[in-house]
Every structure is written in C-alpha cells, then in structure tokens.
Design a protein around this ligand. Structure first.
Ligand SMILES: Cc1ncc(COP(=O)(O)O)c(C=O)c1O
Length: 418
C-alpha cells in the first residue's frame, strides 16, 4: 500500500524476491529477537548459531552432491555471491596446483550481478555496455533461448546446439585457462524466464566435467523454490559444484545471499592453504541469517514449496486468454517464474523497435491498474525484445491470478490496442 492508501497486487515479488509475501510478522519478530541477543559478531572470530543453522538447512535442500561435507558462504546479496564464486573458483585451482586456470566462461544474454566481477561474466548488453572498458573478456557462449534460437533451429532437431557451443568454445579457446562456467538454469530478467529444453543442463554439466571445469549455477532468481523445486537444477538432476542464492533466501526481509560449495571444492581448500582469501564485514550477518531461518520456517509450516506448482498452474491458466492478443508472442517459464514476451509480428517473432519502449509502457499501464510487474528490454539481441516478468509470492491465490490476468489484459489494450 502506498501513502495515499492505494493497494497494489505484487505480481513480481518486487524483483523475484518476496517469496513468502509481504508483512509476515514472524520474520520481523525473529529478526528483532536475534538483534536483541546478538546483532553482530565478526566472522574472523565468531560464527553465529543462526548462520550455522541456515547453512545446514540450505545444504539439506541442495542436490545430493552437497552432502555430507558441503559448506555455505553467506553474503549480503546476489552480486556478492557471484563475486565470491568467481574468487572461490580461482583459489580452488590454486589449491589444486593448477594455477593457469582463472577464466570464468558464461553466456551472452545473462545477468549475474552489478559488481565488476559479476558484470564481467554477465552478458546483458544494456547493463554491461557503459562499463565495457573496465571488464575483462573471459568468453561468452550462446544462450539457450528456444523462442529466439541463436542458431535458428528448433528443439529437438537442434540437438541442443547451444550446449554444444560450450564444448566448441572450450576446444577452440584454451580450456586449460578456464576455471568455471556460470549459468542461470532459468534465465530471469534478461530473457524473461527462458527455460532450457530437457538435456541442455545435463549436457552443460557433462562438458564441464569433461574439461575439469567447475559448474556454477546462478540460482539467485530461480532458487529457493521459485520454479517448484528448491533449486531449478533439480528439475534436470544436475549437480553443480557451486550454487548461488540470493533474493528469495530471506524474501526481502533482510539483505542476504549465499554460495553453496560442494564437498570436493571444500576438500581442496582443506588439503591446501586451509583458508579462502576473501571476506566482507557483513557476511553471515546474524540478523540476516535469522531472517533466512524464519523465512524457511514459514515456508515449511505453510508448505509453500508445495504451493508453487498448483499456483503456477492457476496463474498460467488465467493468462491463457492473453495469448489470443496479436502482440503476445509467448508466455513461458517454470513454476512461479514466468515471462510474457510482446512481439510486433507473431508469425516472424519480430520484436518492436527499441524506441517504442513496450516493456516499460506495459509496466506503467499495469501500475495504473494497481498491478506490479518487472519489465525488461533486450531479450532478442540485447537491445530489442520486450517482456515483463511475473514472479509473485508463493501465496498467490487463484483469485489473485485472475486479477493479474485481467489487469494485464487492460494494460495490453492500452499499450497495444487491437
Ligand atoms: C540471476 C541473477 N544473478 C545475480 C543477481 C544480482 O543480485 P543482487 O541484485 O542481489 O546483487 C540477480 C539480480 O537480479 C539475478 O537475477
């Protein structure tokens, strides 16, 4: 609600953050209680009970290869988690006596955060361009985006050419200097919830294994239950070496992120120097990790992970009528991470000119209907291509899903009248 008393329906969870909904008093109380007992202790000397507990709970949710012996490095958000993973991958190879490995290869049309290391691996053109001179070039391969396939192919005939692109890239580009490959299992903001076909993530994992490269799954947006499993890679039984978490981990109640580290990576540090040369003052903050625990308590007691599939089915069913609009190209996604792409020509999938700012105008028109969505431009080629992302809290009801669809339809009629 804003200060005038106007109420909004938050269909974006702000930016795929608010997984359990706004105004949950239990979380606020848990944070206050932690703050009154111990608000801060520096991690050079102390660990807090709340951080230890949350780490164990995250590892229990992770793919099987994280147990036993996995560890968690807490940060204050997603970008810090990406930075941490880049440095972890580098030091892992130093500890493993392979000092030549340092590059982190990633994909075009991706986003991993706004700090310089995270921007280096990101492929999001608009967010990256102003800082280009500051960024190293470690290599970007093709995105996996079936609606605008970079190879002009179609699944399954394509034989996941986009996954093979990583294999080809590594063969041609000094794979001996590569430490890791980072990818978003479901591409959130940049591509509007683009889901890979079955086989893609498995093949990527296989290529990484064959080249002795760490696989980093950026689940900052897709993790913590948003796609219907605790982590999106679990849809394809993929076992990454590092998993990045952010956003939904504390559902917006506190700034929090994390890197989940697989046991064999931990073991290399234990055999080697014994310490990761990295740290942030506010890492593993007791109040933030208390928020993370309280959010997980709420998820468990209200069975919210189990709600994601049925809620997703309701929302998708409500959105079906939008597909008859001549400029709604595709509604895609997994669980409660959905994207709606607007195209100029449905038969050719041609995007609108960038200057028409369709995504932003859709956000404004939805806002006028008291509906909050997350707009982005550039899914087609970094500049053109308009979509809005829907990532509502897991508590979204069938009636609210109908309201989302109705408001979006009105917004569409305003921005793109038929
Ligand atoms: C996939 C992904 N990675 C990393 C980030 C960066 O996280 P933060 O904004 O918390 O630094 C984001 C944020 O949108 C994201 O969606």
């Amino acid at each position: 609600m804003d200060k005038s008393g106007r109420r909004f329906l938050d269909a974006a969870g702000q930016a795929a953050v608010v997984n359990i909904g706004h105004g949950v008093h239990e979380v606020a109380r848990a944070m206050a209680e932690q703050g009154s007992q111990l608000a801060f202790a520096h991690t050079t000397q102390f660990h807090s009970e709340s951080a230890e507990k949350l780490a164990a709970r995250l590892l229990a949710l992770a793919p099987r290869n994280f147990r036993p012996g996995g560890r968690v490095w807490f940060t204050s958000g997603g970008s810090e988690a990406t930075e941490t993973a880049i440095k972890l991958a580098r030091q892992y190879y130093l500890e493993s006596n392979e000092p030549a490995r340092y590059r982190v290869v990633s994909r075009r049309q991706s986003y991993h955060g706004s700090t310089l290391g995270a921007m280096t691996v990101s492929g999001n053109v608009a967010r990256r361009t102003p800082y280009q001179p500051l960024l190293a070039e470690w290599g970007h391969v093709a995105p996996c985006f079936c609606y605008h396939c970079p190879f002009d192919k179609a699944f399954p005939g394509c034989a996941t050419a986009c996954a093979e692109d990583l294999s080809v890239f590594l063969k041609e580009n000094d794979s001996g200097s590569v430490a890791a490959f980072i990818f978003e299992p479901v591409v959130g903001a940049t591509l509007g919830a683009a889901v890979p076909p079955d086989g893609y993530a498995q093949r990527i994992a296989e290529v990484c294994r064959d080249h002795k490269i760490l696989l980093i799954a950026d689940e900052i947006m897709s993790g913590m239950g948003r796609t219907g499993t605790p982590f999106a890679v679990q849809h394809w039984n993929v076992e990454p070496d590092l998993i990045l978490v952010g956003k939904g981990i504390a559902s917006g109640y506190a700034p929090l992120g994390a890197v989940l580290v697989a046991p064999h990576v931990v073991a290399a540090f234990e055999r080697g120097s014994g310490a990761f040369q990295h740290g942030f003052t506010y890492q593993a903050h007791p109040v933030a990790t208390a928020a993370g625990n309280a959010v997980l308590d709420y998820i468990e007691s209200h069975k919210l992970f189990e709600r994601v599939w049925p809620a997703s089915e309701n929302l998708r069913a409500s959105l079906v009528p939008l597909l008859s609009h001549p400029h709604v190209g595709e509604i895609r996604g997994l669980g409660l991470l959905l994207g709606i792409e607007f195209v100029k020509d449905k038969s050719t999938r041609e995007p609108f000119p960038r200057e028409e700012k369709i995504a932003e105008r859709m956000r404004q028109a939805a806002f006028d209907q008291n509906l909050l969505v997350y707009p982005t431009q550039g899914c087609v080629d970094g500049l053109r291509g308009d979509h809005v992302l829907l990532a509502p809290p897991f508590v979204v009801s069938a009636q609210e899903s109908e309201q989302v669809a109705t408001a979006l339809y009105s917004a569409l009629q305003k921005v793109l009248p038929q």
